[in-house]
Design a protein around this ligand. Structure first.
Ligand code: GLN
Length: 489
């Protein structure tokens, strides 16, 4: 797959190394961009192929690099950006007809930071409409295909970004996370995906789905690519009052894994609730192998419990739709994008615009959210869900306070499933069973490849305490190093 596409090109090398050569002038400013444009063509990322890329701006990217040699940690590095993150020059449609043709008048803080670090943004990627989904089948612009098996889904909702990185087109891409939308597609596609601590990365310019859960996340071909991407976008932002002024650690500090026991003193917890009896034995075996490797590197393994884990899906599917129903009220046919002028008066226009513009999953979430927030049901659903959310958060707090540094779990219950195979929405919702907890609790989490089942990638998830991304990356680097080629077989 990507190996053959990438081999011999700059895309087979770490983004950090290529950026430093571009910054030093030993590589031409547009060398990495050229490699990406060529790879995008041979991987068929457009609508006739993987359908991973919705909008492209190769010209704009070239023009930036023609202005002079880029500098910064991402000098000359192309980064693909999910279609719900505001960019200039290209549309920002959130995979929705209601935003068809909408071009933002400003750019997201994360995009501004990428560009300030020397990166270029040549493409926007496909996604489930308004980031609601786990397969990227819910896009108004058609589903994205899994790069290894076109009959399967790449996961979602950031499936376009995951597919682009897995197909070897860019080393780094941005996605967004509300309940697992970076980690789950990363796991399905055999790449690295990181969801930072809530408040670590600015949401300014990320179109809101569920504001108390949303974070921008990063995909990387390797742990180092993802760490570098997060390094650039992390940090307090005056334009997002939910960002927190905690110093950004050096996420790449542990990239040179040295010595026999680099994880001496690190305690890795294995929460029983993430390893149910029903877990696929082949998946369990790969998690056991990863745990063995961590132990071999000096880490101590500890069995732990997060007792409220099974309540995460019910709580998530109350809280997320509740917030979505409120956030999506702004798409009314007046302020943005699509207007359908049918029906009686203003109300008729609202109804016609929203019914035409929103797809079935978005409509379902708005109805669900409006219901759980309504006067008669607020206490029974929303208020209770918030109380249980606190219990889930407390589970993590207790386990990390007990001396555990990171948790190791599966990222998903299955490997990439067949397109069209999850007809029942509730079945689709269960894809997030191991990921939604981190969003509810606000803790950082990431997925990295730990092996394959029947040729399909499996992700191992690491979770850490609030704002301790550095320890999470330290363990991820060591695990990646210890697994080597085993991570992809
Ligand atoms: N699959 C989950 C949902 O549909 C999570 C989506 C996300 O993280 N954006 O809500």
């Amino acid at each position: 797959m990507s190996g053959t596409l990438m081999s011999g090109t700059l895309l087979s090398r770490a983004a950090a190394d290529v950026a430093s050569e571009i910054a030093a002038g030993t590589l031409p400013p547009d060398a990495a961009l050229h490699a990406t444009i060529a790879a995008a063509e041979s991987a068929h990322v457009g609508p006739d192929g993987l359908n991973a890329v919705l909008w492209s701006d190769h010209e704009g990217a070239r023009a930036v690099l023609a202005e002079g040699a880029p500098s910064g940690a991402l000098a000359g590095i192309p980064v693909a950006v999910k279609d719900n993150i505001a960019t200039l020059r290209m549309p920002t449609t959130c995979g929705s007809r209601i935003l068809e043709g909408y071009v933002s008048p400003y750019e997201a803080t994360v995009v501004a930071r990428l560009r300030a670090a020397g990166a270029v943004i040549p493409m926007k990627t496909n996604m489930d409409e308004f980031a609601m989904g786990s397969s990227t089948e819910n896009s108004a612009w058609g589903g994205t295909k899994h790069p290894l098996d076109h009959a399967r889904v790449p996961g979602g909702s950031s499936g376009g970004s995951a597919a682009v990185v897995a197909a070897g087109v860019t080393r780094i891409a941005l996605g967004s996370e509300t309940g697992g939308s970076v980690r789950q597609p990363a796991a399905f596609c055999g790449i690295v995906g990181v969801k930072p601590t809530y408040g670590r990365v600015s949401r300014h310019g990320l179109v809101a789905f569920a504001s108390s859960l949303d974070q921008v996340g990063v995909f990387g071909q390797s742990v180092d690519d993802a760490a570098l991407g997060l390094q650039v976008i992390a940090g307090v932002d005056p334009l997002d009052s939910t960002t927190v002024d905690v110093p950004v650690a050096d996420y790449r500090a542990a990239r040179h894994v040295a010595g026999d026991r680099p994880l001496e003193g690190v305690v890795v917890g294995r929460p029983a609730e993430y390893f149910p009896d029903s877990l696929d034995p082949a998946m369990r075996a790969l998690l056991d192998r990863a745990a063995d490797r961590l132990q071999g590197l000096g880490a101590e393994l500890r069995d732990v419990s997060l007792p409220h884990t099974d309540l995460a899906i019910p709580v998530y599917y109350i809280v997320a739709p509740a917030e979505a129903s409120s956030n999506l009220a702004r798409f009314d046919g007046v302020r943005y994008g699509l207007r359908v002028d049918e029906g009686e008066g203003l109300r008729g226009m609202y109804e016609a615009s929203r019914s035409t513009g929103f797809g079935p999953e978005v409509t379902r979430r708005v109805l669900l959210g409006t219901y759980v927030l309504s006067a008669g049901y607020y206490d029974a659903y929303y208020k209770r869900a918030m109380a249980v959310r606190r219990l889930i958060t407390d589970d993590f707090a207790q386990v990390f306070a007990s001396g555990v540094h990171v948790l190791l779990t599966p990222t998903t219950p299955t490997t990439a499933f067949l397109a069209g195979s999850k007809k029942d929405p509730y079945e689709m919702y269960l894809s997030d069973i191991f990921t939604a907890t981190a969003n509810l609790a606000g803790v950082p989490a990431m997925s990295q490849p730990i092996g394959r089942i029947d040729g399909l990638p499996v992700g191992g998830q690491l979770l850490a305490a609030h704002f301790d991304e550095a320890t999470m990356f330290r363990v991820a680097y060591a695990l990646e190093h210890a697994l080597g080629a085993e991570a992809h077989r």
